[in-house]
Design a protein around this ligand. Structure first.
Ligand code: ADP
Length: 494
C-alpha cells in the first residue's frame, strides 16, 4: 500500500488524541504528535505535514491563533479545530479564519476520516490550480521575453543599416551605440567603440565645434567637411536621461550641385553685364542724336528704370556668387564710422526724394574691425537702402554704432512697413521677399542674403526685430579687430 499523507496532531486532550490517531492509522495515514507549541512549529518547519488538527486550546493558546500562524507560511494547508463541545460561535470563527472545519466528540472513525479526506482533497485541488497558474504565467512571461529579444534584434539591425551616420552618446559623451554609416564617414570600421569618449575617437575640428555648439545652442545644424571633399550635414539632439544623438547625412552631391548652380549664375550674370551696359549707354545717347517727342522720352525713361533694376539684380547675383565662392578674402583694419559716413552719403539722394531724415548715434572711441571694406560697406548700403525703400515719406531712420565686449554693434531702425513675425527668419534667405511688401515694392530678395553672407564670413551675427506696420530694426554684431586677432593667435598656439 502506498504511503499515505502525514497528519499532524496538536491536542492536549489525550483521549481525543488517541481516538483521532487510531482512526487515521486504521486507514493508513501517518500521524505525528506535537506536545507543545514549540514542537508544533518545529514539525511544521521540518516536515510540512499534509493536514493539521489542533485543539481549541492548545498549550494555553487558542488553536485558531496557532492555525493562523501556520496559514501565514502555508496558505493552502488544511487545518481542523478539535473542540470538546460543538459550538456555533467556534464554527463561525473557524470559517472566518479560513480553516477547513471542526471536529467534535463523539469522534467516530468515519467522521474523522471523511473530514480529513475532504480537507486533503480540497488542498490537492488548490495545489493543482496554483501549479497550473504558475505554469501559465511563466510561459506567458517567457513568450514576452522572447518577443522583446527578437524586437531588440530587429531594432539593432535597422539601426546598424541606416544609411545616415548615427551615434548615441551618454551624458559624458561616451559612445553607447554607433552605426555603420557613422563608422564609414570617419573610417572607423572594425573597431569596438562602445564606452569610448566620442571626442577621443573622432578628432575633427568640425565635430568638436558641433559638440561645443550642441551644449549651448538649441538649434544644431552643422556642416562637417572632410579633406577629400566630402561634406556632411550634422545634427546634435540632446536626449533627457540618456545623453545625446548625433546624426549625419552626406550632402556632397548637393554641395556639388550648389557649386554648379553658382558657376552657372556667375557666368550668366557676367554675360548679361556687357549687353546691359551697352543698352544703358545707347538709351543715354538716344536723345543726344536727335530730338525725341514727349511719349518717346517717357518710354525711354521706363526703359532706363527697367534697365536699372535688371542691372541691380545682375550685380546682386554676381556679388552673391562671388561671396559663395569665397572671393574677397582680403581683410584690413577698418573704422566702421568712416564706412558709415560713405554709406550715408550714398543714401542721401533717396532720403531727400522721400523727405526722410536720418539720425545717427555714434559711440566714442570705437574699436577697429578686421574686415573687407567693400563687403562691409555693402552691408551698410543694403540695410540703409532697405530702410528707405520700405519706409513711408517723411519718416525717420535711426542708425546706432557702439561697442560692447569686444564687439561692434550696428543697428538701423525705421518706421516702415515692418515684417510679419513668421517671415522674419526667412528674409535672410536668397530671393525671399516678405508677403506684406513683395507686390508693392520692387526688389530681388538678395540684399539681406548678401548682408548675412558677409556678416557670417566676418564671424558676426545679424538679426531683425520688427513689428508689422510700425517698423523694423536690423542689428549687426561684428567682432573687433583685437578679438579676431586673439582668436587667431590662440588657434596658432594650439
Ligand atoms: P529686396 O529688398 O530686394 O526685396 P532684401 O533681401 O534686401 O531684398 O530683403 C528681403 C525682404 O526683407 C524684403 O523683400 C522685405 O520683405 C524685407 N525687408 C528688408 N528690409 C526691410 C525693412 N527695412 N522693412 C521692412 N521689410 C524689409
Amino acid at each position: 500500500m502506498a504511503k499515505r499523507d502525514l497528519i499532524l496532531l496538536a491536542l492536549d486532550d489525550e483521549r481525543a488524541l488517541k481516538s483521532i490517531q487510531d482512526a487515521l492509522q486504521t486507514v493508513s495515514y501517518e500521524t505525528t504528535n506535537a506536545s507543545d507549541r514549540t514542537i508544533l512549529k518545529k514539525i511544521i518547519k521540518e516536515t510540512i505535514p499534509a493536514l493539521v488538527i489542533i485543539e481549541e486550546q492548545f498549550d494555553g493558546i487558542p488553536g485558531i491563533k496557532s492555525a493562523g500562524e501556520i496559514l501565514e507560511r502555508f496558505p493552502a494547508m488544511p487545518i481542523f479545530i478539535y473542540s470538546e463541545q460543538e459550538s456555533f460561535v467556534l464554527y463561525k470563527d473557524v470559517i472566518q479564519a479560513g480553516l477547513s472545519g471542526c471536529l467534535y466528540p463523539p469522534l467516530r472513525n468515519e467522521d474523522i476520516t471523511s473530514a480529513v479526506e475532504r480537507g486533503l482533497n480540497r488542498a490537492r485541488l488548490l495545489g493543482d490550480w496554483l501549479r497550473r497558474e504558475v505554469k501559465r504565467t511563466t510561459a506567458s512571461l517567457k513568450r514576452r521575453a522572447k518577443l522583446t529579444k527578437s524586437e531588440l534584434n530587429r531594432y539593432q539591425i535597422i539601426f546598424a543599416n541606416i544609411q545616415d551616420g548615427v551615434v548615441i552618446l551618454d551624458e559624458e559623451e561616451r559612445i553607447l551605440l554607433i552605426n555603420k554609416g557613422m563608422e564609414v564617414a570617419f573610417e572607423l570600421s572594425g573597431k569596438d567603440l562602445r564606452g569610448k569618449l566620442f571626442s577621443t575617437v573622432i578628432d575633427h575640428p568640425d565635430v568638436s565645434s558641433l559638440l561645443n555648439r550642441g551644449q549651448s545652442l538649441p538649434l544644431k545644424y552643422h556642416t562637417i567637411n572632410f579633406d577629400d571633399g566630402r561634406t556632411y550635414n550634422a545634427q546634435y539632439t540632446p536626449i533627457g536621461g540618456i545623453g545625446s544623438v548625433i546624426t549625419m547625412q552626406e550632402i556632397s552631391n548637393l554641395k556639388q550641385l550648389d557649386r554648379l548652380k553658382n558657376e552657372f549664375v556667375n557666368t550668366i550674370s557676367h554675360d548679361l553685364r556687357s549687353p546691359l551696359t551697352a543698352v544703358l549707354g545707347y538709351t543715354d545717347l538716344l536723345n543726344r542724336v536727335g530730338s525725341l517727342n514727349e511719349q518717346q522720352l517717357e518710354f525711354l525713361n521706363k526703359i532706363r528704370l527697367s534697365m536699372d533694376s535688371i542691372t541691380a539684380l545682375v550685380n546682386d547675383l554676381l556679388d552673391m556668387s562671388r561671396l559663395e565662392a569665397g572671393f574677397d578674402t582680403r581683410r584690413e583694419h577698418l573704422k566702421l564710422e568712416n564706412i558709415l559716413k560713405i554709406a550715408q552719403a550714398t543714401v542721401e539722394p533717396q532720403l531727400k526724394l522721400k523727405d526722410m531724415e536720418l539720425h545717427t548715434s555714434i559711440g566714442k572711441k570705437l574699436p577697429e574691425l578686421n574686415g573687407n571694406p567693400i563687403r562691409i560697406r555693402q552691408v551698410l548700403d543694403n540695410l540703409l537702402a532697405n530702410a528707405v525703400k520700405y519706409s513711408p515719406e517723411g519718416s525717420t531712420i535711426r542708425v546706432s554704432l557702439k561697442s560692447e565686449d569686444n564687439q561692434i554693434i550696428f543697428s538701423v531702425s525705421d518706421e516702415g512697413a515692418g515684417i510679419p513675425l513668421s517671415e522674419q527668419p526667412r528674409v535672410f534667405e536668397k530671393f525671399y521677399r516678405a508677403s506684406n511688401v513683395s507686390k508693392k515694392v520692387g526688389g530681388s530678395g538678395l540684399g539681406l542674403a548678401i548682408v548675412k553672407s558677409v556678416v557670417d564670413w566676418h564671424q558676426g551675427r545679424v538679426w531683425v526685430e520688427s513689428k508689422l506696420g510700425e517698423g523694423s530694426t536690423f542689428f549687426v554684431v561684428l567682432p573687433t579687430y583685437n578679438s579676431t586677432r586673439n582668436k587667431t593667435l590662440n588657434k596658432l598656439k594650439k
